[in-house]
Ligand binder design. Structure first.
Ligand code: 5GP
Length: 181
């Protein structure tokens, strides 16, 4: 049987991610004092990070989801961001924290922040599990970063490889066996 995780090299283990989620949750809880936070998770990639992060936040938390898609091919961004599903709740006057799986070129987050600003939240912070700064094309403000990683295509822990491998509890880099790029 074909196994899509067979050529994977572990970049971040489940234990390292768990530990970092605890630190980020503690940091957010500290920074917001006794305020309520409204967490917006960007689907699909951030579903696992969201679940682990919010369990470490000791504040009143409400959660909403939004779907964005930017990748035209397997590994290269098309540069065109598309909203595939919108929020279900208004954010006016709320302290919003956007939770993202990875910020690469920054185009997706720039689009999202511009969109959310028009809805008049009290504040918006960005929390990303992974940051790939070497590939940035536009500047975006990031308040919380789990890990800075090199410019490699990573999968697992929510991140997909053509819709597969999101379920893996760790983050890995695909080591191609052949000449595929
Ligand atoms: P950006 O717009 O910052 O270039 O990319 C943001 C989106 O591209 C992420 O939410 C994610 O869906 C996808 N992406 C960027 N880098 C990677 C990667 O290394 N692996 C996977 N699976 N998706 C990525």
């Amino acid at each position: 049987m074909r196994n899509r995780s067979r050529n994977l090299e572990v970049l971040l283990s489940a234990e390292e991610i768990e530990q970092r989620c605890a630190e980020l949750g503690e940091q957010i809880s500290h920074d917001y004092g006794d305020r309520e936070v409204h967490v917006i998770a960007v689907l699909k990639g951030s579903f696992m990070f969201l679940a682990d992060l919010v369990r470490n936040i000791s504040l009143d938390v409400s959660i909403d989801f939004l779907g964005l898609s930017s990748y035209g091919s397997r590994k290269a961004t098309s540069g065109v961001v598309r909203m595939t599903s919108d929020l279900s709740l208004p954010i006016q006057g709320r302290s919003v924290i956007v939770v993202e799986d990875i910020i690469d070129t920054g185009l997706t987050m720039k689009y999202l922040l511009e969109n959310l600003q028009t809805r008049k939240p009290e504040s918006i912070a960005v929390c990303t599990l992974l940051d790939k700064p070497s590939n940035r094309r536009v500047e975006v403000p990031i308040d919380y970063v789990g890990f800075e990683i090199p410019d490699e295509f990573v999968i697992g822990y929510g991140l997909d490889d053509a819709e597969f491998s999101r379920h893996l509890p760790y983050i890995g880099v695909v080591k191609e066996a052949g000449n595929e790029s």
